[in-house]
Design a protein around this ligand. Structure first.
Ligand code: DC
Length: 233
């Protein structure tokens, strides 16, 4: 209890940055390191809403109609590792569809709409529970959890992110070409960074990690140091 008789809000660590920058690596590692902490993959909420609009033939630029779909969706995340994580929407396992590159592009189109962002705001805040929350996305540290204890902002060059994505896809047996992937990443970045509402940018008090040329181990070592510095270990 604090002085006003309210429970203090649970701790939050935010991990923001563009797609393919390694946020998944960091959030999974944090979740292992901080047992019992909850996770919010906020991009998945935008992806799920975009899929719901598409499957109901709602135009993606019909702001009010897309936003109106948000409250009724029953969304559940299960599993904790890359291989057993699953995303359930209204009882159906939509993991593969949600993760498609094309779904990410649809999500970034609806993410520019203020009513859509407002409709998802409280749903995101509801994930905040003791002992703590690890939240990743674009505006976790700037808007949704502006009072987070630790804010991490990750970045890397579009070329490097496209290379990593190509490797991931080929490991899944999916053929892709570097140039169009890089183009898609640049277009999505431009939309996410230049939109007028909640653009992708570091919070003033964020810790910046440029992962260009860094191994996963080196990235994790940086995050580990931050946990110590912020007394979150
Ligand atoms: O992180 P992701 O690739 O799953 O995100 C998909 C899209 O959703 C991304 O291009 C922009 C949008 N998004 C957002 O606007 N705000 C967030 N907090 C998370 C994602």
């Amino acid at each position: 209890m604090n002085i006003s008789g309210q429970q203090p809000a649970a701790a939050v660590i935010t991990v923001d940055g563009p797609s393919g920058v390694g946020k998944g690596l960091v959030t999974r590692w944090l979740a292992q390191r901080l047992p019992g902490w909850y996770r919010l993959d906020s991009g998945a909420l935008y992806r799920i809403l975009a899929l719901a609009a598409q499957s109901r033939a709602v135009a993606l630029d019909d702001e009010a109609a897309v936003a109106a779909l948000a409250p009724a969706l029953d969304i559940r995340f299960t599993g904790a590792t890359e291989t057993d994580e699953a995303i359930w929407v209204d009882g159906e396992n939509l993991t593969a569809q949600v993760r498609l590159e094309s779904t990410g592009t649809l999500a970034s189109r609806i993410a520019v709409l203020p009513q859509v962002r407002a409709a998802l705001l409280q749903r995101q805040k509801d994930f905040r529970k003791a002992p703590g929350l690890i939240a990743d996305g674009r505006d976790m540290g700037t808007v949704v959890f502006a009072d987070a204890q630790l804010k991490i902002f990750m970045d890397a060059s579009p070329e490097e992110r496209a290379q990593r994505r190509l490797k991931q896809l080929s490991e899944q047996g999916i053929a892709a070409k570097l140039a169009p992937l890089c183009e898609e990443i640049r277009a999505r970045d431009a939309r996410d960074r230049n939109r007028s509402i909640a653009p992708l940018k570091p919070a003033d008090d964020a810790e910046l990690i440029d992962t260009t040329g860094l191994s996963p181990e080196a990235v994790i070592a940086r995050v580990d140091v931050l946990l110590q510095q912020y007394g979150l270990n």
